[in-house]
Design a protein around this ligand. Structure first.
Ligand SMILES: NC(=O)c1ccc[n+]([C@@H]2O[C@H](COP(=O)([O-])OP(=O)(O)OC[C@H]3O[C@@H](n4cnc5c(N)ncnc54)[C@H](O)[C@@H]3O)[C@@H](O)[C@H]2O)c1
Ligand SMILES: O=c1ccn([C@@H]2O[C@H](COP(=O)(O)OP(=O)(O)O[C@H]3O[C@H](CO)[C@@H](O)[C@H](O)[C@H]3O)[C@@H](O)[C@H]2O)c(=O)[nH]1
Length: 431
């Protein structure tokens, strides 16, 4: 199938390379020339395991990128993978979606054949039908249902495992309003849907939109509940990991997403939970439990710094911060808990020195004013440090040597596998 993908960030680039891998002809339409150049040169514009090789394999043959929206006319289906950030008050910002839909609609105005537009971005219920559809109709001069089809197909991939998540998901959710749209998408995803591990959910647009938010809200709230139980465990002097491992043996609860610690960050959970809270309020419903999930999450970095301050006088202290990305396996630092930890250390007079295997450049670029110095290795960050905090559970931290520290005090927000025997103090946030 000929597929165009509008927006080539974490999702658009990943699904483009994966769809090319499945045998489709794919073109990425992207406004950032650097990203376009990277893909056409066979390079991955982001760090994501398995992506680089796929782009290198398909660039110039089944995969290419362009800034020219006109190229969508040579395709049968377009996926909108545009950003859906939050506004200041947490509500959904639809500016990029509107802009992308306008450009796409304009390009489709001179297309003779039918076209299917699929919203892949995370959007609140009603957005596909009430915002994207009317813009496409106005710009293309074609009506939905009369040559223009609309669908909503949320994405559940995780950063760090995006390629394998996309190619082998638990479920594919297709929100459609016509049999044609549904059968086109079933055909597109056929190699994925033929796996017994993947369920197909066929539903309407609104349900598809809400399934994505409900999924993320559930997972974020689960981690917040795990963190609250972890905080209580710590107060009792109990090990939350032992407790929750046993709790997770109950099939109704599941053992996954049970890691307590510094909390959730990233480009999705914070903004999606905020958008759903704001959306619920707009509908006249007070989302108390989601509010509480955010409050617990926001408290974890402060608890980590407090715990460190129980052992180290923070004023003037050099503190190594191990990890900057919001989770291991990615260079994404959006809403990373590590940033909050660094700001709090600075507020309390400490001198944070941070190290991350892949995310330092992103931090420097996105948060140039972050009050931290950066080290080229964990041992450089730890050298002469008066204390250390673990903010991201990168596997390489398991093998860290803390020997060069001025005081071997380590406070762990992620339960890495350290040998605590040689440490003066080793404290887990929830154990
Ligand atoms: N990142 C994830 O893990 C993930 C997973 C599932 C769903 N989502 C959702 O997918 C959507 C995209 O997320 P992302 O992380 O890929 O975002 P991103 O910010 O990484 O990428 C978006 C891309 O769109 C480009 N863009 C912006 N305006 C454009 C326009 N008018 N025309 C063409 N390109 C334009 C940007 O330059 C950028 O490269 C969001 O709604 C997000 O919530 C993200
Ligand atoms: O037991 C756990 C699991 C996760 N986290 C934290 O939760 C955050 C999110 O982790 P994860 O869900 O693995 O990463 P994302 O890449 O943000 O993926 C989430 O957000 C995506 C964007 O919407 C969805 O597509 C995915 O299904 C959803 O898992 C990270 O800060 C993790 O450190 C924990 O603290 N404890």
């Amino acid at each position: 199938m000929n597929v165009s993908i509008v927006g080539s960030g974490y999702v658009g680039t990943t699904i483009a390379a994966c769809l090319a891998d499945l045998g489709h002809e794919v073109v990425n339409v992207e406004i950032d020339q650097d990203i376009v150049d990277a893909i056409n040169a066979g390079d991955a514009p982001i760090h994501e395991p398995g992506l680089e090789e796929r782009i290198a394999d398909h660039a110039g043959t089944r995969l290419r990128a362009t800034t020219d929206y006109g190229e969508v006319r040579d395709t049968d289906v377009t996926f909108l993978c545009l950003p859906t950030p939050s506004t200041e008050d947490g509500s959904l910002e639809l500016g990029p979606m509107r802009a992308g839909a306008e450009s796409l609609g304009g390009a489709l105005a001179t297309k003779e054949d039918d076209h299917l537009v699929v919203v892949k971005s995370t959007v609140l219920p009603g957005t596909t039908e009430e915002v994207v559809g009317p813009i496409l109709e106005a710009e293309s001069g074609t009506q939905v249902g009369e040559g223009l089809e609309l669908a909503m197909n949320p994405e559940f991939l995780r950063m760090g495992t995006a390629v394998s998540d996309f190619l082998a998901p638990d479920k594919v959710v297709l929100g459609t309003t016509s049999d044609d749209a549904a059968s086109t998408l079933r055909a597109l995803y056929d190699p994925i849907l033929s796996s017994e591990e993947t369920d197909l959910v066929e539903t309407d647009l609104r349900e598809a939109e809400l399934i994505k938010y409900a999924n993320n809200a559930f997972l974020a709230a689960k981690v917040s509940l795990v963190n609250e139980l972890g905080n209580v465990a710590k107060e009792y002097g109990a090990d939350a990991y032992e407790v929750l491992e046993a709790v997770g043996l109950d099939d109704r609860i599941s053992a996954r997403f049970m890691r307590s610690g510094l909390g959730w960050g990233g480009s999705c959970f914070p903004k999606d939970v905020d958008a759903l809270r704001a959306g619920a309020r707009e509908q006249g419903y007070e989302p108390d439990l989601l509010d509480a999930a955010v409050a617990v999450n926001d408290g974890q970095p402060r608890r980590l710094v407090d715990l460190l301050a129980d052992h180290v006088d923070l004023e003037g202290a050099r503190i190594a911060v191990l990890g900057l990305s919001f989770k291991p396996g990615t260079d994404d630092v959006r809403k990373s808990r590590a940033l909050d930890v660094i700001r709090r250390l600075d507020e309390r007079g400490a001198r944070p020195v941070a190290y991350d295997p892949v995310a330092i450049d992103n931090v420097r670029e996105r948060y140039p004013d972050l009050p931290a110095a950066y080290a080229d290795s964990a041992s450089e960050a730890l050298e002469e440090a008066d204390g250390a905090v673990v903010a991201t559970d990168w596997p390489e931290f398991d093998d860290c040597s803390f020997a060069g520290m001025a005081r071997r005090v380590v406070v762990d927000g992620r339960r890495i596998d350290v040998d605590a025997a040689d440490l003066e103090v080793y404290e887990g946030l929830t154990w």
